[in-house]
Write a protein that binds this ligand. Sequence first.
Ligand SMILES: Cc1cc2nc3c(=O)[nH]c(=O)nc-3n(C[C@H](O)[C@H](O)[C@H](O)COP(=O)(O)OP(=O)(O)OC[C@H]3O[C@@H](n4cnc5c(N)ncnc54)[C@H](O)[C@@H]3O)c2cc1C
Length: 96
Amino acid sequence: MAQLTANLTSTKESFTDVLIIGAGPAGVMCANALNLAGIKVCIVDKRLIGLAAGQADGCQPCTIVILQSYGLVENLLKRCQPVWKLIFWNPTLVLA
Ligand SMILES: Cc1cc2nc3c(=O)[nH]c(=O)nc-3n(C[C@H](O)[C@H](O)[C@H](O)COP(=O)(O)OP(=O)(O)OC[C@H]3O[C@@H](n4cnc5c(N)ncnc54)[C@H](O)[C@@H]3O)c2cc1C
């Protein structure tokens, strides 16, 4: 309790137009859009470290179109591997 009180009293006051809670794709894209519109944004996340495993191994074409509309796609396209076809195979499924 003493530690919590100490942290609260030493917290600095700050001001922003929009506070976004969560730096996942939704929060980051929202922050980017607001920033481009000239709106001051602060984004916070409870997660202290990055992800242990990727959560965007595959991107749908419509995602790429949205990223393109914000001028964010060039780097992605340089690093990604386009996949034209996916097949899911279930060895236990028997077709009649
Ligand atoms: C293992 C895995 C693999 C995946 N692979 C793919 C893929 O290949 N392609 C694909 O398109 N999608 C994939 N997904 C789905 C994709 O990760 C999610 O759709 C996407 O992350 C959702 O974005 P979001 O911003 O809505 O939420 P999140 O990414 O969950 O972000 C929410 C953020 O808010 C923070 N937060 C929550 N509550 C608080 C709070 N009270 N205070 C502060 N911060 C808070 C969290 O720490 C988190 O960082 C995968 C997901 C998983 C789990």
